[in-house]
Design a protein around this ligand. Sequence first.
Ligand code: PLP
Length: 401
Amino acid sequence: MIAERMKALVQGSSVIRAMFEEGKKMAAEFGAENVYDFSLGNPSVEPPEEIKNAMKDILDNEKPTLVHGYMNNAGFEDVRKTIADSLNKRFGTSFDTRNILMTVGAAGGLNVILKALLNPGDEVLTFAPYFGEYKNYVSNFDGKLLAVEPDTSTFQPNIPAFEAMLTAKTKAVIINTPNNPTGVVYSAETLKKLAEALENAEKKFGTSIYLISDEPYRELVYDGVEVPYVTKFYGNTIVGYSFSKSLSLPGERIGYLVLPDSLDDAGDIINAANVANRILGFVNAPSLQQLAVARCLDAKVNVEAYDSNRRLLYGTLTKLGFTCVKPDGAFYLFMKCPTEDDKAFAAAAKKYHLLLVPGSSFGCAGYVRIAYCVDHAMIERSVPAFEKLAKEYGLQGNAGT
Ligand code: PLP
């Protein structure tokens, strides 16, 4: 018999994954070219050549006991130093080896830091819409995730609503920029206000509130938009980074946490995160991937391919009369449903073989997420299906304007 708490988790298992499975079934039934699967955030562009070459070279030329052996739980020292130096150069920070902890992707990093920080009953705030797994990660350590209601006009964090939810029990806040599912990049102005609200709350309650910035999409931005580095706004910031999207390596499971010296109790947090990485069973992040990414910190995937998908999709949908905030980053578009019931809308879309994820999976009903990390040709083929969907809801397109 499985654990009671696991039963609920199995039952509520990821809607997105279920859609992905459904997409595969539909492809078998109707032909892959007739199904438009926008459900999963699996990078569609290839990893850069550099990463493949680095892996080969490491396997051929590095000492096998180094490449395949255990190491310090935080990861290889020289890898962490290389990452710290690269961040310092890019963002004018002053991190050192001790501030970097190599993790099993962003998911591993979030679980490590939440294990290091949370006591049972601690509250963790996040901003709707949010990556649904946060709820599971927080509950892994008996914390309580509370979502701040969205400002749907911009999808920047709703600071007044956030201020009203900060209490003496608030231990951490998770933000995600560029954002999944909206594609919005949090502005410097927003981050300044967020930091102010946090500092005021820390003073008011006499507590430390840790801001966890989840940044797997940092490198995927368009039109020259800058993604501000969050540690510069607020001393109690921890950054979670991942190479899953920036280098198209989600299967390799590699990322890192930045644990700055400016954190309250920095030394204890760094030690605790090291132990958490070990006892959660990760032990250390994958060794070959650590060595490979350290050689490829300046390598880039073909962001233009995502940008071209973004332009085509945004242009098509707005022309048909749908509304959505134009995404500045990541590879998602969050579209307002022409009806309140997002699940009914996603079901209607499925009739035309369009797989879209209901916004309620991200704590924001009335919207659907469209992942455009797909083949450009698939988006082109999907246009008639979106046209039919718009027609079903009586949308007035503005094709001639
Ligand atoms: N955080 C966000 C916002 C994500 O969208 C994802 C994956 O899609 C993750 C974390 C997990 O990423 P990783 O593959 O690095 O564990």
